[in-house]
Design a binder for this molecule. Structure first.
Ligand code: 5GP
Ligand code: MN
Length: 337
Protein backbone atom coordinates (compact mmCIF):
# COMPACT_ATOMS: atom_id res chain seq x y z
CA UNK A 1 0.00 0.00 0.00
CA UNK A 2 2.54 2.52 -1.17
CA UNK A 3 0.08 5.33 -1.74
CA UNK A 4 -0.45 5.46 2.01
CA UNK A 5 3.07 6.25 3.12
CA UNK A 6 4.11 5.93 6.73
CA UNK A 7 4.23 9.72 6.99
CA UNK A 8 0.72 10.28 5.59
CA UNK A 9 -0.78 7.49 7.67
CA UNK A 10 0.67 8.86 10.88
CA UNK A 11 -0.64 12.35 10.02
CA UNK A 12 -4.13 10.92 9.44
CA UNK A 13 -4.00 8.82 12.61
CA UNK A 14 -2.87 11.87 14.51
CA UNK A 15 -5.75 13.89 13.06
CA UNK A 16 -8.17 11.20 14.23
CA UNK A 17 -6.62 10.76 17.66
CA UNK A 18 -8.98 13.18 19.40
CA UNK A 19 -12.71 13.78 19.00
CA UNK A 20 -13.57 15.68 15.79
CA UNK A 21 -16.63 16.91 13.94
CA UNK A 22 -16.54 15.00 10.67
CA UNK A 23 -18.64 15.29 7.52
CA UNK A 24 -18.53 12.79 4.66
CA UNK A 25 -19.87 13.98 1.31
CA UNK A 26 -20.35 12.41 -2.12
CA UNK A 27 -21.37 13.77 -5.52
CA UNK A 28 -24.75 14.91 -6.79
CA UNK A 29 -27.11 12.06 -7.75
CA UNK A 30 -25.08 9.72 -5.57
CA UNK A 31 -24.60 6.32 -7.18
CA UNK A 32 -23.63 2.99 -5.60
CA UNK A 33 -19.99 4.00 -5.41
CA UNK A 34 -20.50 7.45 -3.86
CA UNK A 35 -22.98 5.98 -1.38
CA UNK A 36 -20.85 2.89 -0.67
CA UNK A 37 -17.74 5.03 -0.11
CA UNK A 38 -19.52 7.43 2.22
CA UNK A 39 -21.49 4.87 4.23
CA UNK A 40 -18.53 2.52 4.71
CA UNK A 41 -16.59 5.39 6.29
CA UNK A 42 -19.68 6.23 8.33
CA UNK A 43 -19.82 2.65 9.63
CA UNK A 44 -16.19 2.56 10.72
CA UNK A 45 -16.63 5.85 12.57
CA UNK A 46 -19.69 4.58 14.49
CA UNK A 47 -17.95 3.35 17.59
CA UNK A 48 -15.33 6.09 17.68
CA UNK A 49 -15.40 9.32 19.69
CA UNK A 50 -15.98 11.39 16.56
CA UNK A 51 -19.21 13.14 15.64
CA UNK A 52 -19.82 11.97 12.06
CA UNK A 53 -22.49 12.84 9.50
CA UNK A 54 -23.00 11.89 5.86
CA UNK A 55 -24.32 14.59 3.53
CA UNK A 56 -25.36 14.02 -0.09
CA UNK A 57 -26.27 16.88 -2.46
CA UNK A 58 -29.40 15.04 -3.66
CA UNK A 59 -31.32 11.96 -2.67
CA UNK A 60 -30.21 8.38 -3.21
CA UNK A 61 -31.67 6.32 -6.04
CA UNK A 62 -34.40 3.91 -4.94
CA UNK A 63 -32.21 0.87 -5.65
CA UNK A 64 -29.85 1.95 -2.84
CA UNK A 65 -32.50 2.41 -0.18
CA UNK A 66 -31.66 -0.90 1.48
CA UNK A 67 -28.05 -0.04 2.32
CA UNK A 68 -27.16 -0.16 6.03
CA UNK A 69 -27.66 3.27 7.62
CA UNK A 70 -28.73 4.92 4.34
CA UNK A 71 -31.64 6.41 6.31
CA UNK A 72 -29.15 8.54 8.24
CA UNK A 73 -27.85 10.32 5.14
CA UNK A 74 -28.65 14.04 5.24
CA UNK A 75 -29.86 15.28 1.86
CA UNK A 76 -28.60 18.82 1.28
CA UNK A 77 -31.56 20.08 -0.72
CA UNK A 78 -34.00 18.69 1.86
CA UNK A 79 -32.18 19.91 4.98
CA UNK A 80 -30.20 22.84 3.67
CA UNK A 81 -29.83 24.73 6.97
CA UNK A 82 -28.67 21.72 8.96
CA UNK A 83 -26.30 20.54 6.22
CA UNK A 84 -24.81 24.02 5.73
CA UNK A 85 -24.17 24.32 9.47
CA UNK A 86 -22.55 20.89 9.62
CA UNK A 87 -20.22 21.80 6.75
CA UNK A 88 -19.37 25.14 8.33
CA UNK A 89 -18.59 23.56 11.72
CA UNK A 90 -16.82 20.45 10.41
CA UNK A 91 -13.17 19.92 11.32
CA UNK A 92 -12.62 17.15 8.79
CA UNK A 93 -14.52 16.66 5.53
CA UNK A 94 -14.16 13.48 3.50
CA UNK A 95 -14.91 14.10 -0.19
CA UNK A 96 -15.60 10.77 -1.86
CA UNK A 97 -16.11 9.71 -5.49
CA UNK A 98 -15.77 13.17 -7.05
CA UNK A 99 -12.80 15.04 -8.48
CA UNK A 100 -13.91 18.65 -8.12
CA UNK A 101 -16.33 20.55 -5.90
CA UNK A 102 -18.57 21.36 -8.89
CA UNK A 103 -19.73 17.73 -8.81
CA UNK A 104 -21.52 18.48 -5.54
CA UNK A 105 -23.66 21.04 -7.44
CA UNK A 106 -25.64 23.10 -4.93
CA UNK A 107 -23.17 22.28 -2.13
CA UNK A 108 -20.18 23.63 -4.07
CA UNK A 109 -19.93 27.03 -2.34
CA UNK A 110 -20.52 25.62 1.15
CA UNK A 111 -17.88 22.99 0.52
CA UNK A 112 -15.33 25.44 -0.85
CA UNK A 113 -15.96 27.88 2.00
CA UNK A 114 -15.67 25.21 4.70
CA UNK A 115 -12.61 25.61 6.90
CA UNK A 116 -12.22 21.91 7.65
CA UNK A 117 -9.26 19.78 6.68
CA UNK A 118 -10.41 17.99 3.54
CA UNK A 119 -9.56 14.45 2.55
CA UNK A 120 -10.43 13.50 -1.02
CA UNK A 121 -10.72 9.84 -1.98
CA UNK A 122 -11.55 9.42 -5.66
CA UNK A 123 -10.82 7.64 -8.93
CA UNK A 124 -11.76 10.17 -11.63
CA UNK A 125 -9.15 11.69 -13.94
CA UNK A 126 -7.87 15.26 -13.46
CA UNK A 127 -8.61 15.86 -9.78
CA UNK A 128 -8.96 19.55 -8.98
CA UNK A 129 -9.32 20.13 -5.29
CA UNK A 130 -8.28 22.34 -2.42
CA UNK A 131 -8.12 19.22 -0.19
CA UNK A 132 -5.08 18.83 2.07
CA UNK A 133 -5.05 15.10 1.39
CA UNK A 134 -5.83 13.79 -2.08
CA UNK A 135 -5.97 10.05 -2.62
CA UNK A 136 -6.80 9.71 -6.28
CA UNK A 137 -6.13 6.85 -8.68
CA UNK A 138 -7.89 6.14 -11.96
CA UNK A 139 -6.58 2.56 -11.94
CA UNK A 140 -8.77 1.38 -9.07
CA UNK A 141 -12.23 -0.01 -9.79
CA UNK A 142 -14.05 2.54 -7.70
CA UNK A 143 -13.71 5.14 -4.99
CA UNK A 144 -15.02 2.45 -2.61
CA UNK A 145 -11.96 0.29 -3.32
CA UNK A 146 -9.70 3.21 -2.43
CA UNK A 147 -11.76 3.95 0.69
CA UNK A 148 -11.21 0.33 1.73
CA UNK A 149 -7.45 0.75 1.28
CA UNK A 150 -7.59 4.01 3.22
CA UNK A 151 -9.47 2.42 6.10
CA UNK A 152 -7.11 -0.58 6.20
CA UNK A 153 -4.05 1.67 6.16
CA UNK A 154 -5.20 3.83 9.09
CA UNK A 155 -6.28 3.38 12.69
CA UNK A 156 -9.85 3.06 11.40
CA UNK A 157 -9.08 -0.53 10.34
CA UNK A 158 -9.88 -1.90 13.79
CA UNK A 159 -13.51 -0.74 13.35
CA UNK A 160 -14.07 -2.36 9.96
CA UNK A 161 -17.16 -4.56 10.11
CA UNK A 162 -19.74 -6.39 8.02
CA UNK A 163 -21.88 -3.30 7.31
CA UNK A 164 -18.82 -1.42 6.07
CA UNK A 165 -17.94 -4.45 3.91
CA UNK A 166 -21.47 -4.47 2.42
CA UNK A 167 -21.09 -0.81 1.47
CA UNK A 168 -17.62 -1.23 -0.08
CA UNK A 169 -18.79 -4.27 -2.03
CA UNK A 170 -21.82 -2.35 -3.36
CA UNK A 171 -19.53 0.44 -4.58
CA UNK A 172 -17.15 -1.94 -6.33
CA UNK A 173 -19.94 -4.06 -7.82
CA UNK A 174 -21.90 -1.10 -9.22
CA UNK A 175 -18.92 0.87 -10.58
CA UNK A 176 -17.57 -2.23 -12.36
CA UNK A 177 -21.04 -3.09 -13.73
CA UNK A 178 -20.91 -6.30 -11.78
CA UNK A 179 -17.21 -6.91 -12.52
CA UNK A 180 -17.46 -6.49 -16.30
CA UNK A 181 -15.38 -3.27 -16.54
CA UNK A 182 -12.59 -1.52 -14.54
CA UNK A 183 -11.91 -4.68 -12.60
CA UNK A 184 -8.84 -6.32 -14.09
CA UNK A 185 -6.57 -5.51 -11.18
CA UNK A 186 -5.78 -8.52 -9.01
CA UNK A 187 -6.02 -6.21 -6.02
CA UNK A 188 -9.73 -5.61 -6.66
CA UNK A 189 -10.51 -9.32 -6.33
CA UNK A 190 -8.23 -9.68 -3.35
CA UNK A 191 -10.22 -6.94 -1.64
CA UNK A 192 -13.51 -8.58 -2.63
CA UNK A 193 -12.19 -11.80 -1.07
CA UNK A 194 -11.46 -9.92 2.13
CA UNK A 195 -14.96 -8.40 2.10
CA UNK A 196 -16.51 -11.87 1.72
CA UNK A 197 -14.61 -12.94 4.82
CA UNK A 198 -16.76 -10.46 6.78
CA UNK A 199 -19.77 -12.64 5.97
CA UNK A 200 -21.42 -10.43 3.36
CA UNK A 201 -24.03 -12.05 1.12
CA UNK A 202 -23.00 -10.93 -2.34
CA UNK A 203 -26.00 -12.52 -4.05
CA UNK A 204 -28.35 -10.64 -1.73
CA UNK A 205 -26.55 -7.38 -2.59
CA UNK A 206 -26.77 -8.13 -6.33
CA UNK A 207 -30.47 -8.89 -5.97
CA UNK A 208 -31.16 -5.68 -4.04
CA UNK A 209 -29.36 -3.51 -6.60
CA UNK A 210 -30.25 -5.12 -9.92
CA UNK A 211 -33.56 -6.93 -9.34
CA UNK A 212 -35.30 -4.15 -7.54
CA UNK A 213 -37.13 -2.36 -10.33
CA UNK A 214 -40.86 -2.01 -10.99
CA UNK A 215 -42.97 -3.41 -13.86
CA UNK A 216 -43.28 0.17 -15.11
CA UNK A 217 -39.52 0.47 -15.31
CA UNK A 218 -39.27 -2.75 -17.34
CA UNK A 219 -41.94 -1.44 -19.72
CA UNK A 220 -40.06 1.86 -19.95
CA UNK A 221 -36.92 -0.05 -20.99
CA UNK A 222 -38.91 -1.91 -23.68
CA UNK A 223 -40.43 1.33 -24.94
CA UNK A 224 -37.11 3.20 -25.05
CA UNK A 225 -35.30 0.40 -26.89
CA UNK A 226 -38.14 -0.28 -29.34
CA UNK A 227 -39.53 3.19 -29.99
CA UNK A 228 -36.83 5.67 -29.05
CA UNK A 229 -33.37 4.29 -29.73
CA UNK A 230 -31.65 5.89 -32.71
CA UNK A 231 -28.56 4.47 -34.33
CA UNK A 232 -25.91 6.24 -36.39
CA UNK A 233 -24.30 3.24 -38.03
CA UNK A 234 -21.40 5.23 -39.42
CA UNK A 235 -20.20 6.01 -35.90
CA UNK A 236 -21.42 2.82 -34.16
CA UNK A 237 -23.47 5.14 -32.03
CA UNK A 238 -26.79 4.76 -30.21
CA UNK A 239 -28.90 7.57 -28.74
CA UNK A 240 -31.99 7.45 -26.52
CA UNK A 241 -33.87 10.57 -25.41
CA UNK A 242 -36.24 10.32 -22.43
CA UNK A 243 -38.68 13.18 -21.89
CA UNK A 244 -40.54 14.25 -18.76
CA UNK A 245 -43.83 13.35 -20.41
CA UNK A 246 -42.60 9.78 -20.92
CA UNK A 247 -41.34 9.59 -17.34
CA UNK A 248 -44.79 10.56 -16.13
CA UNK A 249 -46.45 7.99 -18.38
CA UNK A 250 -44.29 5.20 -16.95
CA UNK A 251 -44.58 6.48 -13.36
CA UNK A 252 -40.83 7.11 -13.32
CA UNK A 253 -38.98 6.68 -10.00
CA UNK A 254 -35.59 8.12 -9.11
CA UNK A 255 -32.98 5.75 -10.56
CA UNK A 256 -35.27 4.08 -13.12
CA UNK A 257 -33.02 5.03 -16.03
CA UNK A 258 -30.02 3.42 -14.31
CA UNK A 259 -28.36 0.88 -16.57
CA UNK A 260 -30.43 1.67 -19.68
CA UNK A 261 -27.53 3.52 -21.30
CA UNK A 262 -25.45 0.31 -21.18
CA UNK A 263 -28.01 -1.77 -23.06
CA UNK A 264 -27.19 -0.63 -26.62
CA UNK A 265 -23.55 -1.65 -25.97
CA UNK A 266 -24.71 -5.28 -25.89
CA UNK A 267 -24.93 -4.99 -29.69
CA UNK A 268 -21.63 -6.10 -31.25
CA UNK A 269 -21.33 -3.08 -33.54
CA UNK A 270 -22.30 -0.38 -31.04
CA UNK A 271 -19.32 1.32 -29.34
CA UNK A 272 -20.92 4.48 -27.96
CA UNK A 273 -24.24 4.96 -26.23
CA UNK A 274 -25.85 8.12 -24.91
CA UNK A 275 -29.08 8.56 -22.97
CA UNK A 276 -30.43 12.09 -22.67
CA UNK A 277 -32.90 12.66 -19.84
CA UNK A 278 -35.01 15.81 -19.60
CA UNK A 279 -34.65 17.67 -16.26
CA UNK A 280 -36.16 20.97 -15.08
CA UNK A 281 -33.64 23.39 -16.60
CA UNK A 282 -31.42 21.18 -18.70
CA UNK A 283 -31.04 17.76 -20.29
CA UNK A 284 -28.80 15.31 -18.42
CA UNK A 285 -26.59 13.05 -20.52
CA UNK A 286 -25.09 9.70 -19.59
CA UNK A 287 -22.43 8.46 -21.96
CA UNK A 288 -20.94 4.97 -22.18
CA UNK A 289 -18.43 3.38 -24.53
CA UNK A 290 -16.46 0.26 -25.23
CA UNK A 291 -12.69 -0.03 -25.42
CA UNK A 292 -10.65 2.93 -26.56
CA UNK A 293 -13.52 5.30 -27.35
CA UNK A 294 -13.16 8.11 -24.81
CA UNK A 295 -16.53 9.50 -23.73
CA UNK A 296 -14.86 11.50 -20.96
CA UNK A 297 -13.33 13.63 -23.74
CA UNK A 298 -16.63 13.78 -25.61
CA UNK A 299 -18.46 14.91 -22.44
CA UNK A 300 -15.81 17.49 -21.56
CA UNK A 301 -15.60 18.93 -25.05
CA UNK A 302 -19.27 19.25 -25.95
CA UNK A 303 -21.48 18.59 -22.96
CA UNK A 304 -20.18 20.53 -19.92
CA UNK A 305 -19.28 17.27 -18.23
CA UNK A 306 -16.70 14.57 -17.71
CA UNK A 307 -16.17 11.26 -15.94
CA UNK A 308 -14.15 8.23 -17.01
CA UNK A 309 -13.04 7.01 -20.44
CA UNK A 310 -15.91 4.52 -20.73
CA UNK A 311 -18.50 6.21 -18.51
CA UNK A 312 -19.18 9.92 -18.35
CA UNK A 313 -21.94 12.42 -17.83
CA UNK A 314 -22.82 15.90 -19.00
CA UNK A 315 -25.52 18.49 -19.60
CA UNK A 316 -27.20 20.39 -22.41
CA UNK A 317 -28.94 23.64 -21.51
CA UNK A 318 -31.48 23.46 -24.35
CA UNK A 319 -35.10 22.26 -24.68
CA UNK A 320 -35.32 18.49 -25.00
CA UNK A 321 -36.66 18.62 -28.58
CA UNK A 322 -33.43 20.32 -29.67
CA UNK A 323 -30.98 17.80 -28.25
CA UNK A 324 -31.18 15.01 -30.84
CA UNK A 325 -29.75 17.10 -33.68
CA UNK A 326 -27.27 18.76 -31.36
CA UNK A 327 -25.91 15.47 -29.98
CA UNK A 328 -25.74 13.87 -33.41
CA UNK A 329 -23.87 16.90 -34.75
CA UNK A 330 -21.39 16.85 -31.89
CA UNK A 331 -20.81 13.11 -32.17
CA UNK A 332 -20.15 13.50 -35.90
CA UNK A 333 -17.76 16.36 -35.23
CA UNK A 334 -15.96 14.33 -32.55
CA UNK A 335 -15.46 11.24 -34.69
CA UNK A 336 -14.67 12.99 -37.95
CA UNK A 337 -11.57 14.63 -36.44
P1 5GP B 1 -23.69 8.80 -14.88
O1 5GP B 1 -23.93 8.67 -16.33
O2 5GP B 1 -23.87 7.50 -14.18
O3 5GP B 1 -24.42 9.95 -14.28
O4 5GP B 1 -22.16 9.18 -14.70
C1 5GP B 1 -21.13 8.42 -15.21
C2 5GP B 1 -19.81 8.95 -14.74
O5 5GP B 1 -19.63 10.29 -15.17
C3 5GP B 1 -19.65 8.98 -13.23
O6 5GP B 1 -18.32 8.63 -12.96
C4 5GP B 1 -19.91 10.39 -12.85
O7 5GP B 1 -19.20 10.74 -11.71
C5 5GP B 1 -19.46 11.17 -14.07
N1 5GP B 1 -20.34 12.31 -14.32
C6 5GP B 1 -21.69 12.30 -14.44
N2 5GP B 1 -22.16 13.52 -14.68
C7 5GP B 1 -21.10 14.35 -14.70
C8 5GP B 1 -20.96 15.78 -14.89
O8 5GP B 1 -21.92 16.52 -15.10
N3 5GP B 1 -19.68 16.26 -14.83
C9 5GP B 1 -18.60 15.45 -14.62
N4 5GP B 1 -17.39 16.01 -14.57
N5 5GP B 1 -18.71 14.13 -14.43
C10 5GP B 1 -19.94 13.58 -14.48
MN1 MN C 1 -17.16 6.00 -8.77
Amino acid sequence: MKRFSHQIVSEINNLLSDSKKIVIIGHNNPDGDATGSALSLFHVFQKTKHDVKVIMPSKLSDFLLWMPKQEEVIIFNEEKELASKLLEDAEIIFCVDFNNSGRTERVKTNLEDAKAIKIMIDHHPNPQSDAQYIFSDTAVSSASELVYEFIQATSLSENFNKDAAICIFTGIMTDTLNFSVNSSRQETFKIVGELLAYGIDKEYIYDKVYNNFSINRLKLVGYLLYEKMQIIEEYNFALIVLTKEEMKKFNYKNGDNEGIVNMPLSVAEIDVSIIAVEKDNFVKLSLRSKGEVDVNLLARKYFNGGGHRNAAGGRIYKPVDKVIDLIKGNVEDFFSK
